[in-house]
Design a protein around this ligand. Structure first.
Ligand SMILES: NC(=O)c1ccc[n+]([C@@H]2O[C@H](COP(=O)([O-])OP(=O)(O)OC[C@H]3O[C@@H](n4cnc5c(N)ncnc54)[C@H](O)[C@@H]3O)[C@@H](O)[C@H]2O)c1
Length: 320
């Protein structure tokens, strides 16, 4: 099967591309390279296009390559930037999705697999969030990703496509140094850089209502996440899944201090820390109930936190 993969030059997209190819599928990447890197997808066809420029180049690429499914990861993802530039985030994440769906309908695409996020749940108070938990995003990033979920659901129904939205929790780790997360907003890359440079890490709040006072998140290895895409893509193709929203996490909460301990354990380097004020909009705890995706397609995370940290450290310092 031939998939058009948006955002395939990005951190997660490149892992998904590699996994789809390893599973025997063909992949055409669409990416504007705003944060993506061509070295991550050196052997794949790349259509360099900004989704927000409209559906025409996308429909042309779909038709030219015989695409029958779309895997949609291209998005802007900085929570802080989304608060500063909400219109830009809606234009990019909702407008870009609209252009892609218009192109998909024109080109007769049958399946849409979308990259959503735990940010759609906002400040949940539940021990584990499942797909029926309330969606109340606490920033424009999460709002734009949720609006795109709704748009996909409606457009897919109107055009007879099957679809799935995967709500990723905190994605971390790497297959190798080429595919590593080079962003500056996720906790693990920040902590590894700090450990390497012996600089202190800022912890946003030490008085949260959690056992050690720091925020708790659910970290999932990017290669497990890529495997979830392969399994879901196959289920859409065969028709065993027609539609749905699925959490992709490990179902295991890890606090910021526990992550710092894991980095110390795996790298042998203690991580200095400095507690600063809480950030507005940060929930105390967001941990997935991943049972729906296990029931639907049999996917479960195989890698634990030490695997995540170890792979990210190896990718950060290829010699280690
Ligand atoms: N990293 C995480 O922990 C996480 C968690 C939940 C959801 N997500 C979602 O996963 C997806 C990928 O995230 P990532 O961490 O790989 O980010 P990334 O920035 O590495 O990848 C995004 C890719 O999309 C491309 N892109 C952005 N806007 C585009 C546009 N308008 N047209 C064409 N290409 C465009 C970028 O160049 C980049 O290659 C995003 O949709 C994000 O919302 C990420």
């Amino acid at each position: 099967m031939i998939w058009l993969l948006t955002g395939g030059a990005g951190y997660i997209g490149a892992h998904v591309a590699r996994a789809l190819v390893a599973a025997g599928d063909d992949v055409v990447v669409v990416d504007d390279l705003s944060s993506g890197l061509t070295e991550r997808i050196a052997s794949l066809p790349l259509v360099r296009a900004d989704l927000t420029e409209g559906p025409d180049p996308l429909a042309a690429a779909m038709t030219a390559h015989g695409v029958t499914g779309v895997v949609h990861l291209a998005a802007k993802k900085s929570v802080a930037e989304s608060v500063q530039r909400p219109v830009h985030y809606y234009e990019q994440n909702v407008g870009g999705t609209a252009a892609l769906l218009r192109a998909a309908a024109t080109a007769g695409v049958r399946h849409v697999l979308y990259s959503s996020t735990a940010a759609v749940y906002g400040e949940s108070t539940e021990e584990l969030v499942d797909e029926t938990s309330p969606t109340a995003p606490s920033n424009p990033y999460g709002e734009s990703k949720l609006a795109a979920e709704w748009l996909i659901r409606s457009a897919a129904a109107a055009h007879g496509m099957s679809w799935a939205s995967l709500r990723y929790f905190n994605v971390a780790g790497a297959a190798d140094s080429v595919l590593a997360d080079r962003g500056r907003s996720n906790l693990l890359p920040i902590v590894l850089r700090a450990a390497d440079r012996e600089e202190p890490v800022e912890i946003f709040g030490g008085d949260w209502p959690t056992p050690d006072g720091t925020c708790i998140r659910d970290y999932v290895h990017v290669e497990d996440l890529a495997d979830a895409h392969v399994a879901m893509a196959e289920s859409l193709r065969t028709g065993s899944v027609r539609s749905g929203v699925f959490n992709v996490g490990r179902g295991d909460g890890v606090s910021v201090l526990q992550m710092l301990d894991a980095v110390h354990r795996v790298t042998g380097r203690p991580v200095r820390r400095r507690v600063v004020d809480r950030r507005p909009g940060d929930p105390a705890r967001v941990v997935a109930d991943p049972s729906a995706i296990a029931a639907a397609i049999g996917w479960r995370a195989k890698r634990d936190v030490d695997d995540i940290v170890g792979s990210a450290w190896k990718a950060y310092r290829p010699g280690t």
